[in-house]
Design a protein around this ligand. Structure first.
Ligand code: PBG
Length: 346
């Protein structure tokens, strides 16, 4: 048999190989489908601010809102009803200072919302995003080097993010959030040693059952633009390139994951998702932990913006991007489409 003979020819049927046979009907397509996108794969990010009765639209993210601890329960209940198993909470405090002290307040928006959610919806998994950028007046993800501030170091540049002071803050805030009932703490600041510091602090507080979902490979991405409006957290000077990853790197993502695993992470994450599908694939191959991918605010908003112009079909593009993220190797996806997509998939 010559090398360029097709399979069909070998079977005595001349002509091209007909892969289209298995695409002939919806039934056949369903039978050979390799990737399933399920509501149970989705995690719904929710923004919580203090107060009651709040449902404030986020202009750059159509369909997304800032909630208060009471209203967020209604929204989470609607998502859970459609089969979404988990939420991840972001806080917008009333008060910001240089070290983000309101993130240590047990009465802050996220601990309050967590208590309300665990009371009303005990089966819902509540993850607490753990970062200081929403709580600091300078908008950086921890304590920064500023003259006159505690721990100032003349040998380091002004505005430099102070790693070890930040680890201490992360450990203390994680204990506050976990004590409010969070099932998992999700550190998102790309601070070296954050997973180990949080694990140590949680264990010392008797919170050894609380999981850590590490934003292990988080890139310094322009796709976070709309989030910074949503969480009211843009950096007031500089950017995050000294702690978040360079978009050009993938081997370094494996190194980040390796260290977080060694420090005791229970799950790891790649973020953003769509421009980093190769990283998701590489992490999937290198690591046995559950892998989450974060379809970030910009990925959500660009589909919405194009759909609003009539250029793209919202539902089909949202579902196609989500199934692509799963196909790349993610076990679960944090997505602002979670509630809506669960409805479409029902
Ligand atoms: C906080 C944090 C950010 C996001 C999640 N956690 C913003 C940032 O790092 O600037 C982005 C999420 C999104 O864009 O949807 N560190």
């Amino acid at each position: 048999m010559s090398k360029d003979q097709t399979y069909d020819e070998r079977n005595g049927s001349p002509g091209p190989v007909r892969l289209r046979r298995l695409r002939f009907s919806p039934g056949l397509r369903a039978l050979v489908r390799e990737t399933d996108l399920l509501a149970s794969d989705l995690i719904y990010p929710l923004f919580v601010r203090p107060g009651a009765g709040v449902k404030k639209p986020i202009v750059s993210m159509p369909g997304q809102f800032q909630w208060s601890p009471d209203t967020v329960v209604e929204e989470a209940a609607a998502a859970a009803e459609l089969g979404v198993p988990a939420v991840i909470l972001f806080g917008i405090p009333d008060f910001k200072d240089s070290c983000g002290s309101s993130n240590l307040d047990p009465g802050g928006p996220v601990p309050s919302a967590t208590r309300a959610l665990k009371k009303e919806l005990p089966g819902l998994v509540v993850m607490s995003d753990m970062c200081f950028c929403e709580y600091t007046d300078h908008g950086h993800c921890g304590a920064v080097n500023l003259p006159g501030e505690q721990g100032y170091r003349a040998d380091l540049p002004e505005g430099y993010l102070l790693n070890d002071q930040t680890l201490d803050l992360l450990g203390r805030a994680s204990v506050v959030h976990a004590s409010a009932g969070a099932d998992a703490i999700a550190p998102s600041g790309m601070i070296d040693g954050m997973v180990g510091a949080i694990r140590t602090a949680l264990d010392a507080a008797g919170l050894e059952h609380t999981a850590i979902v590490s934003y292990a490979a988080k890139y310094a991405s322009a796709f976070y633009g709309p989030f910074r409006e949503a969480a009211e957290s843009p950096p007031q000077f500089g950017d995050r390139a000294q702690y978040q990853m360079d978009p050009a790197n993938w081997r370094q993502a494996l190194r980040e994951v390796e260290l977080d695993v060694a420090e005791g992470a229970d799950m790891v994450m790649v973020k953003p998702a769509l421009p980093y599908l190769d990283v998701i694939r590489a992490v999937r191959a290198a690591c046995t932990l559950p892998l989450a991918a974060y379809q970030v605010s910009g990925e959500y908003s660009m589909i919405h913006a194009a759909a609003a112009n009539g250029w793209l079909d919202l539902q089909r593009c949202a579902l196609e991007s989500l199934v692509g993220i799963k196909r790349a190797g993610a076990d679960m996806i944090i997505t602002y489409f979670a509630k809506e997509a669960a409805g479409w998939l029902a």
